[in-house]
Design a protein around this ligand. Structure first.
Ligand code: S3P
Length: 182
């Protein structure tokens, strides 16, 4: 039993949000704080495919990536509890979303456009942002995806604060969420 979050001991915690929101780096720190294992769905997809995400998009196309993403998440939601960071498009898939909503507590890391542009500019390997102007692409993804991400159990705003502060906010929000749902 997890002593920090005793009453959701069987549910995984799934991080959702746009590219650059910090799902992986904050998710990893959150897992440490909660004494849970961490897994990143993009890493699992790369392992399963044996090549990078950029190569999957380029060689097999986005749909092949989405199919792999769906399968990886289906598997992970049946495995023991942990913190799962998803790629930004995962929660947009209706069946995947339903599966995540049923089996996990969802945390949306919400960030504004400037933060996302700045953070995604630090690391490449995101094929969607290479199809045009990254700011415009992120803006249109915000318009399309934020109304759907809003269905998350917990919403946390991430800004220029350090990740440790965000992790503390998530832990408190999880404790509140558990209190309210028991
Ligand atoms: C994607 C986000 C990426 C990765 C892929 C597609 C998206 O993950 O899954 O490039 O559709 O938003 P991150 O959100 O971890 O960058």
């Amino acid at each position: 039993m997890n002593t920090i979050l005793p009453s959701v001991s069987d549910k995984s915690i799934v991080m959702i949000g746009l590219m650059g929101a910090g799902k992986s780096s904050i998710g990893r720190r959150l897992a440490d704080a909660l004494n849970l294992e961490f897994v990143d769905t993009d890493d699992e997809i790369v392992k399963a495919a044996g090549c990078s995400i950029a190569d999957i998009f380029e060689i097999y196309g986005e749909q092949a990536f989405r199919d792999l993403e769906e399968r990886v998440i289906e598997r992970l939601t049946h495995e023991p509890r942990r913190v799962i960071a998803t790629g930004g498009g995962a929660y947009m898939h209706p069946e995947t979303r339903e599966r995540i909503d049923e089996n996990a507590v969802t945390i949306w890391l919400r960030a504004d456009l400037d933060i996302l542009v700045e953070r995604t500019g630090r690391r490449g390997g995101r094929p969607l942002l290479e199809q045009g102007n990254p700011r415009e692409i992120l803006k249109s993804l915000i318009d399309k995806r934020y109304p759907v991400y809003a269905g998350a159990d917990i919403i946390i705003d991430t800004g220029p604060d350090g990740h440790d502060i965000t992790v503390q906010q998530i832990v408190s929000a999880l404790q509140e969420y558990i209190k309210a749902s028991t």
